[in-house]
Design a protein around this ligand. Sequence first.
Ligand code: AR6
Length: 199
Amino acid sequence: MKIEVWQGDITTLAVDAIVNAANESLLGGGGVDGAIHRAAGPRLLAECEALPQIRLGVRCPTGEVRATAGHDLPARHVIHTVGPVWQDGQRDEPALLANCYWKSLQLAEKLGLHSIAFPAISCGVFGYPLHQAAQIAATETVAWQRSHREPRRIILVAYNAATYKAYQSALAAQGQPIEPPPSPLLPSLDLGLPPAAAH
Ligand code: AR6
């Protein structure tokens, strides 16, 4: 098994779960969070609003995860996680970002999911340095895959070429060089899903 890397829009993937790089309110925002809410439709926001607040305005603390349905997305589920805001690297940012990956995988396993796709959590608005974040994504996902059977397909989604390259070198450093993607890469055809789920 290998960690897969794919460049494109995560909202188009017909996987069991896509991960959302959300904020603690879980009520949407910009970046990938905004794209996921737009593609999933208003029922996603309604489901998020109904999740309990553990503190005023906080439905999911940094480093934690919550699951919802995918609603209008091709993905069946959304696993929402909140990455750390980068400050100086000395405020537990690496451990919190590692938790986002590991706990998403734990939740996916608990839900019986076979495939999960991650965006580059914290690498946009939250300002985490790309190469350091890619190393954490690679370390956590490779460690998971070496010690667990499911989810058997783990996809790191790069939205741009720089992120794609950062994943390539981070995975190579884990002894896991990635293969060139099949061309053309059609996610809904490539992810081994039954035809009914792939639209
Ligand atoms: N598909 C895949 N990756 C994407 C997509 C997409 N459609 N759109 C953006 N990215 P960000 P963060 C990449 O800012 O840094 C929101 O407002 C993007 O290029 O979405 O964790 C939330 O509500 C970058 O590499 O998330 C929070 O307030 C990566 O996704 C805050 O931003 C993450 O960028 C979270 O900030």
